[in-house]
Design a protein around this ligand. Structure first.
Ligand code: HSE
Length: 298
């Protein structure tokens, strides 16, 4: 009556797809142990590796499971959750999403899989609402469904998974400074210029086409964000130098991971992804900021 869950980190937005595109990483990821308990209700018994609230209604995993149990509608269910955080809160690699997603996947398993994965996304979104005030799905969807995901619409919720080319890799650098998603959303403009919108939806469409056609050059040309990155990039040390040097080292392209401060770069093949990791290291080593670098196949 217990289960151990691996909850992967995720890269939201993937440059042009603000709030709609996301991808799942191999590392970092949280681990969670979920248990059935004879005492009704949800209890977060411990959180290792981060200072986060244990109180169910203030914890993203607690709130996500609450949403699930409300729908399940059997008031005597008791759940205990123990969380081992490996993804730092405020990293831009979907820390809150991993907790929410891992919790609902685990509880669904303990209950005998009454809900589909897409239903689980909806419950996990409640965790995101608590974490940053907006129930975006571009981290929780890839955390639950894997690979690349696309949110076509929020109302009604319409989410689909996307094909991933066989040799697509991602390198992520996490500078150890905290950027709160709520702050990084507040600084954005609420209106966009038509010329920027045209460029952005051209890129989103072409990124999806590139994924399906295994066309790495098209993917490369599409990794451009003219709406959000110009505003948020000021929060990230050496962002433009990092991007430029990674592209010179062979990256297809990249941008801010989620709301930052992490930065991701896509590459064709593991060798390029590792070269990009070394380049990230050489750009950040002199800065005096602590950082971690992760390489994953998507
Ligand atoms: N799409 C969200 C944002 C993801 O960029 O604000 C946050 O992780």
């Amino acid at each position: 009556d217990s289960i151990k869950v691996f909850a992967p980190g995720t890269v939201a937005n993937v440059a042009c797809g603000f709030d709609v595109i996301g991808l799942a990483l191999d590392a970092p990821g949280d681990e969670m142990i979920l248990r059935r308990s004879s005492e009704p209700g949800i209890r977060i018994t411990a959180i290792h590796g981060a200072d986060l609230p244990l109180e169910t209604s203030r914890n993203v995993a607690g709130v996500a499971v609450q949403a699930l149990l409300q729908k399940y509608d059997q008031p005597d269910i008791g759940i205990e959750i123990e969380i081992f955080k490996k993804i730092h809160p405020g990293s831009g690699i979907g820390s809150s999403a991993a907790s929410s997603a891992g919790a609902v996947v685990g509880v669904n398993h303990l209950l005998g899989e009454p809900f589909t994965k897409k239903q689980l996304v909806r419950f996990a979104m409640e965790g995101e609402r608590l974490a940053c005030g907006s129930a975006h799905a571009d981290n929780v969807a890839p955390a639950i469904l894997g690979g690349f995901t696309l949110v076509r619409s929020y109302r009604p919720l319409d989410i689909t998974t996307l094909h991933t080319p066989e040799h697509l890799w991602v390198t992520v650098i996490h500078p150890q400074i905290e950027v709160k998603t709520s702050d990084a959303r507040e600084i954005l403009k609420q209106k966009v210029l038509m010329t920027d919108a045209i460029r952005q939806w051209g890129n989103v469409g072409a990124l999806v086409a590139g994924l399906y056609q295994d066309d790495y050059e098209l993917i490369s040309r599409s990794l451009e964000d003219v709406i959000v990155e110009p505003i948020r990039s000021i929060l990230i040390p050496a962002f433009h130098e990092l991007k430029l040097k990674c592209k010179e080292a062979g990256a297809l392209g990249g941008g801010i991971s989620g709301s930052g401060p992490s930065v991701f770069m896509l590459s064709k093949g593991e060798e390029n992804a590792r070269k990009v990791a070394a380049t990230m290291d050489s750009v950040y080593a002199p800065l005096g900021v602590d950082y971690k670098i992760y390489v994953s196949q998507i």
